[in-house]
Write a protein that binds this ligand. Structure first.
Ligand SMILES: [Zn+2]
Length: 438
């Protein structure tokens, strides 16, 4: 077999990535920002990221340099909670969570019994993620195993690092969307066998939430989790007060809503719970102690009137935290729109997210929440080269505002408060351009 010549390419522009959590202060040693930086990619992996003047002399003669001067390169955004089958009913007018599920989400998910619809929607969904600069996501399918087959087939064809799973729900939902404890276990096992670890794909055991699963089903989900310790667990917890009350009524023996999941072996590393709004301090300690992570979904929590995530309490407890768009309860695929709303949610609870920490949460923080920070989320050497190029002038207003923003932190803050999909100039997957207008 003929060996392929190593491909080496460099990208020059402003560079931002993180070595760790930059914390809440302005001085942040974990921040790596290079105004005139160079990202060197070899065979799809990061080889180096530093000041251009440091790296340029060592580049081999004739190495290709892509010029993104004036633009910002950062690791691809990581969306730690989203539902691809809800793409078609985003922005549906409804009351709060439980009515919204009945009136909009469940009927939309019914259509995924049709594999053709699932494939078509997967294509649109992944296009939309890339257009928004999101390169990895933790994704709900529907109860139909074919919804996950369709999604993974599309993700595999694009070489994306994606995580998804078939929804488990066997009660308190329409008949047409129910599995059983037995069929849910069997179908999930088969999907794990088929997809987990194939290419860049990972499986997530996905009970929708405690109220739509019987005890027998949560037991079987816990059994799956024990049998597959490297597989993800993905669910919702403590989103809406009516939901919390209902969960407590259905599982009176549990200390709290979160405790239901722990009793069934579903709190652990690589377990990600969306929302985590109405938790108490003991719950937060359990999250930290078990290594489970919270996916904070600001646009969804505001849209459905669910509540405000408590960043200060999560931080005191040392909880792993990532950000999710939660489309279609969330109202945007854009991680920039999500950062803006996350900032406001934190403000409402008396906490301020610095621009550094905001971009950290959308990149390396998300990777850490997913336990994938050894592969994605930063420009450390050896990481997979999934990255985005952001324009700093995507609208007349942003271009004007940038003229009066002097420090990198000021510019980033204006970008996250005002930016949206138009700010994403290009998205790269494993060093290959997957989408772009720049
Ligand atoms: Zn959700």
């Amino acid at each position: 077999m003929k060996a392929r010549a190593p491909s080496l390419r460099a990208y020059r522009g402003s560079l931002l990535h993180f070595l760790g959590d930059p914390g809440d202060g302005d001085a942040a040693p974990a921040v790596q920002y290079f105004d005139d930086g160079l990202l060197v990619v070899e065979n799809g992996f990061v080889k180096a990221a530093d000041e251009a003047r440091m790296l340029l002399p060592a580049l081999p003669a004739g190495a290709q340099i892509v010029d993104y001067a004036g633009h910002l390169l950062l690791p691809g955004f990581i969306d730690t909670h989203i539902h691809y089958p809800q793409t078609d009913m985003i922005a549906a007018y409804a009351a709060q969570l439980l009515d919204w599920l009945d009136d909009h989400a469940f009927p939309a998910e019914h259509r995924f019994a049709d594999a053709g619809h699932a494939a078509e929607c997967s294509r649109f969904f992944l296009d939309e993620l890339l257009r928004n600069g999101t390169t990895t996501a933790l994704v709900f399918g529907t109860v139909h195993p074919s919804s996950v087959d369709a999604f993974f087939a599309q993700a595999e064809s694009r070489n994306l690092r994606m995580i998804a799973g078939k929804v488990l729900m066997d009660r308190n939902c329409p008949e047409y969307l129910r599995d059983t404890a037995h069929s849910g276990y069997r179908d999930s096992s088969a999907l794990i066998e088929k997809w987990d670890g194939r290419g860049r794909l990972h499986y997530a055991i996905t009970p929708r939430f405690a109220v739509t699963s019987s005890e027998a089903q949560l037991e079987s989900a816990g059994r799956l989790a024990a049998e597959h310790p490297g597989v993800f667990v993905h669910s919702h917890v403590a989103e809406n007060l009516k939901e919390v009350k209902w969960a407590r009524e259905l599982f009176p023996q549990a200390r709290s809503y979160l405790d239901i999941y722990e009793r069934f072996g579903l709190l652990r590393e690589r377990a990600v719970y969306a929302h985590c709004i109405h938790l108490d301090d003991e719950d937060r300690q359990r999250m930290t102690h078990t290594g489970a992570a919270a996916a904070v979904c600001a646009t969804s929590n505001l849209f459905l009137g669910s509540g405000l995530f408590d960043f200060a309490a999560a931080r005191r407890a040392g909880m792993r935290t990532g950000l999710g768009t939660d489309v279609g309860g969330g109202t945007s695929f854009s991680m920039l729109r999500t950062l803006a709303e996350t900032y406001k949610v934190a403000q409402m609870r008396g906490h301020r997210l610095t621009p550094w920490r905001s971009f950290y949460l959308a990149t390396l923080g998300g990777a850490k929440a997913l336990g994938l920070d050894d592969r994605i989320g930063s420009f450390a050497p050896g990481r997979e080269a999934d990255f985005v190029v952001l324009r700093m002038d995507s609208t007349p207003l942003i271009a004007r505002r940038m003229k009066t923003a002097h420090t990198p932190a000021e510019k980033l803050f204006a970008l996250m408060m005002l930016g949206d999909d138009r700010a994403v100039g290009a998205t790269y997957i494993m060093g290959e351009r997957a989408w772009g207008s720049l």
